[in-house]
Design a protein around this ligand. Sequence first.
Ligand code: GDP
Length: 280
Amino acid sequence: MQFQWYPGHMTKAKRAMQEDIKLIDVIIELVDSRVPFSSKNPDIDTLANGKSRILLMNKYDLADKAVSDKWTKYYEEKGYFVATVNSKNGRGVKAVNDVIQKACKEKIERDRKRGILNRPIRAMIVGIPNVGKSTFINSFAGKACAKTGNKPGVTKGKQWIRLNKNVELLDTPGILWPKFEDQQVGLNLAFIGSIKDELYNIYELSLLLLDYLIKNYPDAVADFYEIENSDSNNELLERIAIKRGCIKSGAEYDLDKAAKCLVDDFRNGRIGKISLEIPG
Ligand code: GDP
């Protein structure tokens, strides 16, 4: 029900992206390193239509490094050029330049054979909402970036950011839609905060998050809140409520507030570097 507006919106976004993709040499797709599968939209595979593909695992600072390494390998085997980045502090962002050169090696070679030298590579950022597209563009383009104006007949009014003499970036990212159909994907996107809060119950979400954390990172929650572990997730939440002073008048635990605390602490990486899915 809540996504009734979606099909029309999707068709329009898809068509716009199809047009943009015609103008570029390489697609730089951003995913969230904590959920490199759930935050990736498979429709881009058909839209990409043979273009070079770079996969950037953003928010690398929030994910489990060992798991991210596995994802890097997984996507490399699928033919992507992969890099891990933290767009917020800029770590790994510069190196993306080299990845672009590598991904476009054949194109550069083709140009050279035709006598075209130094034609900039044109790139475009795509990804679902909230993966960090704008943050990455700002970090990648830096302060020294110059927006190249409209070039009639060539760019059709598109704004390009000239990154250096080799690379131009389309200044508006392509927004892909998440794949809500899969329950687990929806849940993972809710965990990382990519789905509107109104669409789920925070208390239930926090219990499911605790389920996952206790199974995969058994001590992370207890260590962070300095509480005893418990077999009961509800009891764990009560302990968090005590620690965080989430108490209603009448000395009752405010479990919704504690749940929000837990989910926020997770989303901001305070509980630890945690990945929510592994390849395969
Ligand atoms: P967009 O919707 O894809 O354009 O996403 P934004 O660029 O608006 O980023 C969404 C949120 O993620 C913002 O609060 C950013 O500060 C944050 N963010 C972006 N990149 C990173 C990153 O690499 N690490 C962390 N920790 N946060 C990031």
